[in-house]
Design a binder for this molecule. Structure first.
Ligand SMILES: Nc1ncnc2c1ncn2[C@@H]1O[C@H](COP(=O)(O)OP(=O)(O)OP(=O)(O)O)[C@@H](O)[C@H]1O
Ligand SMILES: Cc1ncc(CO)c(N)n1
Ligand SMILES: [Mg+2]
Length: 525
């Protein structure tokens, strides 16, 4: 805030998220969490207002507390009714959280009456905060008045002058400027300039609703320099809450320590990504659908997906090999198709020599094939490829990326497997959050040069120690699969094979044969 030094007074140490303080007896680690307070209205449809603000901050890794100014009965068709909270009660909420938390940023949305703005101003002067983001919400996109002209004078005279940034859309900018016409980018610029004269340190005039513009242009003004933030307009009905989302994202980025311009740029990109990821989702029957703040409801990930990892999937684990595919003149996709058709219960793409772009395209096709048949597909080593093709998981070795880091990148629902030769490694894999281990090489193999073999005894030892299900790997084929499955270990769920399937004339036939052998050995036990 201007009067308080605002975001200019950011502490130098701010960027280190974790600080360690020594206490008398034990050192104590304190993790600082960036914190935003949103002061806004509730949207029962949860696309805008408080609900959007909470989702954005969660998506951006920032804690968000919420003071509710009004409750709206609102859905994708419009606003049916608005209930204002008594100013005294808004004040009690403000006091409650401002006296307790250490907010980095306060963001305001719907402030429906001058009395509510008044209690906000009073509380901000009692409990100074570092930065204030004001989204001067007045009219919903559906045309409903959320804050009438009665708030204009207190906004202009007392709220805007202490704001670090204001983010009006074109209609709100026009209302704040006494009804000037804003229909072009040039008029947005001059509006931004006039609004800046009212006192906020930065102004962002949003052009989402600018008529007849093929790009979506926002005009940013810092008092000296204009920036036009431009992105192609996304054709979608799901634009409900874009404004709240943008302002909350700016607040979240500021709370983490960004400069204003970079916070605004990140926020614009966040809205843009969220809109394009969810442009075709259908939520509600009205003209103004909400979008997905977590960027997760991608259409192509809504197809069939297993809810949890099933250890029995390790039964016939097929691992592809780029050299073998080249040798037999097969594409990865053809190799995978044949293996799945022959009875492989899980696939791992291990394509050490592949070019990234080509591999990604092939991996995407393999995901489609496997998903349509209910078979999981994992990627060896390449976390980036796994994320990009939305594979079911990854398999990593001891010298690849650490499993706990892989888990944090892939999230809680993906499968992670780790190669382990020793009981200690197996125990560590479990502690780090893996789902299964691959243990071997059981027998000598050409696929991995200089790989120490552990033999059936070594495999048994690892299985005994392992809290996780195990798949055996290394030199296993039709002739020796039975001997592997016969070791006395209930958590040994299957065998992983490379050459036995893929260094062969016909992948389909070999997979069928191995499947039969494994089934027989299971039946005999
Ligand atoms: N169809 C679209 N494609 C791309 N970006 C868009 C689109 N619609 C809005 N935006 C962007 O979303 C942000 C919010 O702008 P907008 O002018 O819609 O705010 P608003 O009217 O306050 O939003 P709300 O719908 O929440 O009331 C801006 O960065 C704008 O450029
Ligand atoms: C509660 C609420 N706040 C803000 C907006 C603006 O999108 C809305 N539609 N509803
Ligand atoms: Mg809009």
């Amino acid at each position: 805030m201007n009067s308080l030094g605002g975001i200019r007074s950011w502490p130098a140490s701010w960027r280190s998220a974790t600080k360690t303080t020594a206490s008398m007896t034990t050192p104590e680690t304190v993790t600082k969490v960036a914190q935003v307070l949103t002061v806004a209205g509730s949207d029962s449809g949860a696309g805008a207002g408080i609900q959007a603000d909470l989702k954005v901050c969660a998506a951006r890794g920032v804690y968000c507390a919420s003071v509710i100014t009004a409750v709206t009965a609102q859905n994708t068709r419009g606003v049916q009714s608005v209930h204002l909270l008594p100013p005294q009660f808004v004040s009690e909420q403000l006091k409650s959280v401002l006296s307790d938390f250490e907010f980095d940023v306060v963001k305001t949305g719907m402030l429906p009456s001058p009395e509510i703005v008044e209690v906000l101003l009073q509380n901000l002067s009692d409990f100074p905060v570092r930065a204030l983001v004001v989204d001067p919400v007045m009219v919903s996109t559906s045309g409903h008045v959320l804050a009438g002209s009665s708030i204009l004078s207190i906004f202009k005279e007392r709220l805007l002058p202490i704001a670090d940034i204001i983010t009006p859309n074109v209609k709100e900018a026009s209302a704040l400027l006494g009804g000037v016409r804003i229909e072009t980018v040039a008029e947005m610029r001059s509006a931004a300039k006039s609004l800046h004269e009212m006192g906020p340190r930065f102004v962002l005039v949003k052009g989402g609703d600018l008529p007849g513009s093929s790009d979506s242009v926002d005009v940013y003004f810092d008092g000296k320099v204009f920036h036009e933030l431009r992105s192609p307009r996304i054709t979608t009905r799901n634009t409900h809450g874009t404004g709240c989302t943008l302002a909350s994202c700016i607040a979240a980025e500021l709370a983490k320590g960004s400069s204003m311009l970079s916070a605004v740029k990140v926020a614009k990109r966040f809205v843009d990504n969220a809109l394009s990821y969810s442009k075709d989702i259908v939520i509600g029957s009205g003209m103004q659908g909400p979008f997905d703040h977590f960027l997760g409801l991608k259409k192509d990930t809504q197809t069939y997906r297993r809810s949890t990892f099933n250890p029995d999937d390790l039964f016939l684990y097929a691992v592809t090999d780029s050299r073998m595919n080249i040798k037999w003149n097969r594409s990865i996709v053809d190799a995978v198709k044949a293996a799945v058709e022959g009875g492989a219960t899980i696939i791992q793409l291990r394509e050490k020599e592949a070019e990234t772009r080509e591999f990604l395209e092939e991996a995407k096709s393999c995901v489609e094939i496997c998903r349509s048949r209910g078979v999981c597909l994992l990627i060896n080593d390449r976390i980036d490829i796994a994320l990009a093709c939305d594979a079911d998981g990854v398999h990593v070795g001891q010298s690849d990326m650490p499993v706990d880091l892989v888990r944090s990148l892939l999230g809680p629902d993906k499968i992670i497997g780790v190669s382990c030769k020793t009981p200690e490694q197996a125990h560590q894999a479990w502690k780090d959050g893996a789902d299964y281990i691959g243990s071997g090489g059981v027998f000598p193999t050409n696929t991995k040069a200089n790989n120490r073999t552990i033999g059936l005894d070594g495999l048994r030892e690892v299985c005994k120690a392992s809290e996780l299900p195990v798949v055996a790997i290394g030199g296993i084929g039709i002739s020796n699969a039975e001997s592997v499955m016969r070791i006395d270990a209930p958590n040994l769920k299957g065998v992983a094979v490379v050459s036995a399937l893929f260094d062969q004339e016909c992948v389909l036939t070999q997979t069928r044969k191995l499947h039969k052998t494994l089934k027989e050995s299971k039946r005999d036990h």
